[in-house]
Design a protein around this ligand. Structure first.
Ligand code: NI
Length: 228
């Protein structure tokens, strides 16, 4: 499932993020790449230990925590501390699949399985050319370039790339989610069922006995599929 969540950040949060990023000590992005993706990765990242990174991480995690759309779509068990990257002209990231397992920064805590990949766009799309995130799945290639403050979620199992930037700077936040439900098809079924139930509730049907049954089916599927 490829899902965009518009307006994850408020305009105040976006302004604060940009203020922090303006003084950030950018470093070579190969630091967090595996061997295969390191061959095609040309960008800059904020070091995990930079003070700006830690303030930005809290800002993004707070926004994710209040987003019902994110919670329902990703069913997060654990979120890798968000990272921040920047593509200047000539930089891009060729086709790759994100590593399946990531060690938490500093080796603290258990390894995290990456089920869902996420990109939170922080630059205004009018301020740069190129830099589209292109995600391949069995239905073809999907081109994603969102407004600043918008989030896209996609299966971490997808081949994807960031096309070269030709003008300006593409600045974004990216992270991975270990989901309660590792399988994308199962997560999608739960998301669709939850959405249909929400629509029925909005039509005033919450009191119908079928709603009790269908809500029960949602939870019983989640109980069957969730790993905690
Ligand atoms: Ni990637």
């Amino acid at each position: 499932m490829l899902l965009t969540i518009p307006g994850l950040l408020t305009s105040d949060e976006l302004a604060e993020a940009r203020r922090l990023l303006a003084s950030a000590p950018w470093a070579d992005g190969k630091a967090t790449a595996g061997y295969q993706s390191g061959l095609v990765k040309r960008n800059q990242q904020l070091p995990e230990e930079a003070p700006q990174t830690q303030v930005l991480q809290r800002l993004v995690l707070t926004a994710l925590g209040r987003s019902a759309a994110f919670q329902v779509a990703a069913l997060p068990l654990r979120i890798y501390p968000p990272l921040f990257n920047r593509y200047d002209p000539g930089m891009g990231f060729g086709d790759h699949i994100d590593n399946a397992i990531r060690m938490p920064p500093g080796g603290r805590g258990a390894p995290l399985r990456t089920d869902v990949s996420a990109t939170l766009f922080l630059a205004d799309p009018a301020d740069y050319d190129g830099g589209d995130l292109v995600i391949d799945d069995t239905f073809g290639s999907h081109r994603v370039k969102l407004a600043a403050g918008d989030l896209v979620l996609y299966p971490a199992s997808s081949v994807h790339r960031v096309e070269p930037v030709t003008r300006g700077s593409r600045i974004a936040c990216f992270f991975w989610v270990e989901s309660l439900v590792r399988d994308d098809a199962q997560r999608t079924l739960l998301y669709d069922l939850d959405g249909a139930l929400g629509n029925l509730r909005r039509r005033g049907l919450a009191g119908e006995p079928e709603m009790v049954a269908l809500t029960g089916i949602y939870h019983n599927l989640l109980r069957r599929w969730a790993e905690t």
